[in-house]
Design a protein around this ligand. Sequence first.
Ligand code: BYC
Length: 477
Amino acid sequence: MNINITAVDYDGLIPNNVGLGQDLRVKHALEKWHPGYINWWNDMGPEGFQESLVYLRTAISVDPKGWAKFDYVRMPEYRWGVLLAPQHEGRKIPFGMHKGEDAWQEVPGEYRAMLRRLIVIQGDTEPASVEQQRYLGKTAPSLYDMRNLFQVNVEEGRHLWAMVYLLQKYFGTDGREEAEALLQRRSGHADTPRMLGAFNEKTPDWLSFFMFTYFTDRDGKMQLEALAQSGFDPLSRTCRFMLTEEAHHMFVGETGISRIIQRTCELMKEHKTDDVRAIGAIDLPTMQKYLNFHFSVSLDLFGQEASTNAANYYTQGVKGRFLETRIDDDHLLTGAAYEIETVEDGRIVKKSVPALQALNERLRQDYIDDCARGVLRWNKMIEKAGIAFEMKLPHRGFDRRIGGFAGARVSPDGRVLSEAEWKANESKWLPTSEDRAYVTSLMGPAVIEPGKFANWIAPPARGINGQPGDFEYVRFN
Ligand code: BYC
């Protein structure tokens, strides 16, 4: 049963449904953090569009039946707020050594460092992605896409607020320092980079953006799902509401890639050619290479295949599995085993390891299954267009930097290669500088006429919030 669908208080500086009005210590701490956040947004948020009016969705409730409103907003004036999903009365910790005990409403002292670390890592990815996507507005293929980019950006900003609230409310001085540090690190910076690999890569073009929102935001989904199981109830509730917003980000990725594929297939048929670069579209093999890159970088985000960190998170009730409560087992995993793949003596071998240590790998597998669904849909479109090409997820060992495959050379179809074989084929599997230059060359100045789209992408099937095709999603000042 749900209780406490607390109405969202929109009167103060920080919209919230956590009773900030009565929690003056945290309210003041967040109000103190706010100017630094706005400075960060103005410095690192979408460049060139801070004065534009953008048709944005703002969360105004946490009721699944109607939680958002749409209106024109200047991004620096977006109402970033602190919103937690409703508390489940009598919620019990669903796994680990505390299974069956009441979920914690305060941080248990012994798990404080662990929880803080997870919240900081999660928080760090949110501003990182805004930084990565900072220049994309200037080359948006339509007003519709530009609006979607900005929607994703402001919601990543809200997700940073969500983590900062937890830090300020539950972690005292350390939390305050971590909240400050989240505004100091910068994606790709040589001295103060963001914490995880993928968040220091560039997102220089819209094909990369759609791949990022499909593959990397989906890591976000899986990690948030795992944290939503947490015994620390405020973290669970925060993540549950973030997942509502996250769905749109993956929609942007999946439909963005679909629309590029659709346009490419149309042009291939119309011009009876595979050489769509000559007519200003993105060829399917180039899309496959971008897919390979973003998929493998995102696989790294799950950490080591065998991880004692992951085992501890689970045993101590801090981070669960994807859909934990729907899994039919003992939710303790003490004697259980799980099979992982790794490279040994130049071969990929399967190894049985304690299931508790393999939780990163298990989540990675859930992620791979989830990724595969979109690929299936893209392939159906290609097949329907009568074109003989199949998009594929590369092998999990392909081009990895973290875990048992790091350092090995693995082909997309899962063969361990010599360095010479890798070098001879790398340009077929990963975007080359020429590929990147070509894709960049398509990213002309933003298409700002309502209802018009760049040549390389098809229009969407429907507008945002039921708006017509020529809707003016962004108004410039
Ligand atoms: N890059 O035992 P391991 C999102 C480190 S995305 C750099 O496997 P663990 C979003 C690791 O920190 C979701 N370092 O670690 C998407 C550890 O360091 P220490 C973000 C890495 O803890 C799009 C060491 O290697 N949320 O929301 O089991 C847009 C040993 O590794 C990496 C989370 O990630 C890497 N890729 O697993 C916006 C959830 N991988 O302790 C937003 C919170 C590992 O030796 N994080 N290392 O210094 C976690 O659950 C875990 O920390 C990880 C790593 C899954 C990331």
